[in-house]
Design a protein around this ligand. Structure first.
Ligand code: B4P
Length: 190
């Protein structure tokens, strides 16, 4: 089983590249953002709570996302691998993921971190906001708050995997195909 953490700031291209990765490798795509938006669309208690955080560009509590990911991993014991997109976003989530995968006799194979400068992220997300209907893509101050949360709370997750010698950094600016080629080079070497 090959398990990959696809990492990077909001708008780095994680969701975009995940679609190409699952198409080529047949991994199961676990996006906490998508799972949370699914809960919101269904109007569950979890979704109602999560929306309050997401609309402000804040993180949803660790216990919520860890529980969601745990359920999905346990439900797919025969998977060829998982692509974790937008998770873990805190060191506590990364530690919980290690425990969860060990319990399921597997581990993270590598992290792929997409590097994109802040102004490009803001431009991309405002553009997506024209069509996505996402409250967190509409307002520049909320987008900048998401980037601040990433810089303050999420970047230590890259150090966590660097400490395990699993960090691979990729330039996230360029055509989607070029970036995907760089990602496949990393995955094929794992
Ligand atoms: P996510 O759904 O993970 O959203 P995201 O960070 O905006 O990344 P996304 O994957 O959607 O965007 P992408 O870079 O592909 O999180 C949303 C919210 O959910 C968080 O703020 C938080 O509140 C909550 N949440 C999620 N996970 C959580 C967790 N683990 N813990 C706590 N809270 C959590 O694409 C962006 C745009 O760029 C697209 O329009 C795309 O077309 C464009 N793009 C992509 N690649 C490009 C390229 N090479 N060139 C130009 N444009 C490109």
């Amino acid at each position: 089983m090959l398990n990959i953490v696809l990492f990077g700031p909001p708008g780095a291209g994680k969701g975009t590249q995940s679609e190409y990765i699952i198409e080529k490798y047949g991994f199961i795509h676990l996006s906490t953002g998508d799972l949370l938006r699914g809960e919101i669309a269904e109007g569950t208690a979890l979704g109602i709570q999560a929306k309050q955080n997401m609309d402000k560009g804040e993180l949803v509590p660790d216990s919520v996302v860890i529980g969601m990911i745990g359920n999905k991993v346990k439900a797919n014991p025969e998977a060829k691998g998982f692509i974790f997109d937008g998770f873990p976003r805190t060191v506590a989530q990364a530690e919980a993921l290690d425990v969860l995968l060990t319990e399921n006799n597997t581990a993270i194979s590598g992290m792929i971190s997409l590097e994109v400068k802040e102004e490009e992220l803001v431009t991309r997300l405002l553009k997506r906001g024209e069509t996505s209907g996402r409250a967190d893509d509409k307002d520049e101050s909320i987008i900048r708050n998401r980037i601040d949360v990433y810089n303050n709370t999420t970047t230590p997750v890259a150090d966590f995997y660097k400490g395990q010698d699993k960090l691979n950094t990729i330039e996230g600016v360029g055509s989607i195909d070029e970036i995907f080629q760089s990602i496949t080079t990393v995955i094929d070497a794992l």
